[in-house]
Write a protein that binds this ligand. Structure first.
Ligand SMILES: Nc1ncnc2c1ncn2[C@@H]1O[C@H](COP(=O)(O)OP(=O)(O)O)[C@@H](O)[C@H]1O
Ligand SMILES: Cc1ncc(C[n+]2csc(CCOP(=O)(O)OP(=O)(O)O)c2C)c(N)n1
Ligand SMILES: [Mg+2]
Ligand SMILES: [Mg+2]
Ligand SMILES: [Mg+2]
Length: 332
């Protein structure tokens, strides 16, 4: 039986108001703006990332997973700054033919991850678009005043560390498109899940305060993003490709010749935390890895100069395809 239609105001009142958790800042999603009380002794950390159907996710991806990915890519940026999530603002442009069941599933996914990450929706905007589904989430976080982590804190001699594994997201896109049928069903399922549902390192980020020099999350590709960190810090970096942690599924994809290691270093969609720390902190980083049950791998070191050099297992410089994701390069 067809569900009753859900118009703009029913969507907000019935599906989004419950996601506020009654937070006073949200004003029941019935005012012009949200009012968030200041927290003494804290800096407010603000980040926004948009996602577009066909650009960041597949148009036919399940609506609950699209919502959860949107939350997670934004919490990944907060985590990399050492911040804890406080509240979110959602701007959504839905195609005119969106259905009520789709919207319900989307709101359910949003609610699931708000609960997982203990945060709430406090406002947003809802519009229709003649184009593809376009979503923007603003994440508000907090960190002890002056303690937030920056891309600019790397020093010559620092070790370079990465959380989790690299390459699963970009391989996962190919898996989700049915392009990796040479792999086992379980590898395909593992990789596609990593693409659709990143694991933002929310437990790690705040624990890096006092340990990390520089920190950022990797979304566009490891080599390109490390390049941004180096530029912000005025340093250069050298990484050993053989030290970059791969999942067993990604290792099998490389072994089967389905992908090169170099392209995994530039693939993007990783949502891992890349950070630097002085060599004296290595023991503490290893202890944190054990405590959080999260791999933290040392992949290289920071040096004087500029740019990123990736060394392959043969000692030769690797050329990571185009370095990383770039949304556009506008011409005349
Ligand atoms: N349209 C924009 N207006 C203002 N600042 C922007 C815009 N797009 C990106 N930025 C800023 O540029 C920097 C890099 O953005 P981005 O590459 O999207 O970061 P990330 O990969 O961490 O999400 C950030 O400081 C971001 O706030
Ligand atoms: C359908 C689809 N095609 C291609 C990609 C690959 N991709 C799209 S955007 C992107 C980089 C991350 O997105 P961006 O908007 O740059 O996020 P930010 O770096 O700002 O966090 C990647 C790797 C994808 N995720 N999905
Ligand atoms: Mg961004
Ligand atoms: Mg981001
Ligand atoms: Mg980022």
């Amino acid at each position: 039986m067809a569900e009753p239609p859900v118009d703009e105001f029913a969507l907000i009142a019935e599906l989004f108001v419950p996601l506020t958790g009654g937070h006073p800042a949200a004003r029941g999603l019935s005012d012009d703006a949200a009012f968030l009380a200041d927290q003494p002794g804290c800096d407010t950390v603000l980040t926004v990332d948009a996602m577009v159907a066909g650009v960041h996710f597949l148009p036919d991806d399940p609506p609950d997973l699209i919502a959860r990915k949107l939350v997670r890519v934004n919490l990944s940026d907060l985590a990399a700054k050492g911040a804890e999530p406080v509240a979110l603002l959602l701007a959504a442009a839905f195609p005119q033919d969106v259905t009520a069941p789709w919207l319900r599933a989307f709101a359910a996914g949003l609610g699931q991850d708000l609960a997982t990450y203990r945060t709430v929706l406090i406002g947003g905007d809802t519009v229709a678009t003649p184009g593809p589904l376009t979503l923007s989430l603003t994440a508000i976080g907090r960190v002890a005043a002056g303690q937030g982590l920056a891309r600019s804190g790397a020093s010559v001699g620092d070790d370079i560390w990465i959380s989790g594994t690299i390459g699963d997201g970009s391989l996962g896109l190919r898996a989700a498109r049915g392009e990796l049928s040479a792999l086992s069903d379980s590898d395909v399922a593992f990789l596609a899940d990593r693409y659709r549902l990143p694991r933002p390192r929310v437990a790690l980020g705040p624990r890096l305060i006092g340990l990390a020099g520089a920190s950022m999350d990797v979304s566009d590709g490891l080599v390109q993003d490390l390049g941004h960190l180096c530029r912000a810090s005025g340093v250069g970096a050298r990484i050993e490709a053989g030290l970059v942690p791969l999942s067993d599924s990604a290792k099998r994809a490389v072994a089967a010749g389905l992908v090169t290691l170099a392209s995994l270093l530039s693939g993007g969609d990783d949502y891992e935390v890349l950070f630097t720390a002085s060599p004296e902190a290595a023991f503490a980083v290893a202890a944190l890895s054990a405590e959080l049950d999260l791999p933290l791998s040392k992949i290289g070191s920071i040096g004087a100069g500029t740019g990123v050099v990736a060394i392959g297992s043969d000692g030769q410089t690797l050329d990571p395809a185009q370095g990383g994701w770039r949304h556009f390069r506008a011409g005349s």
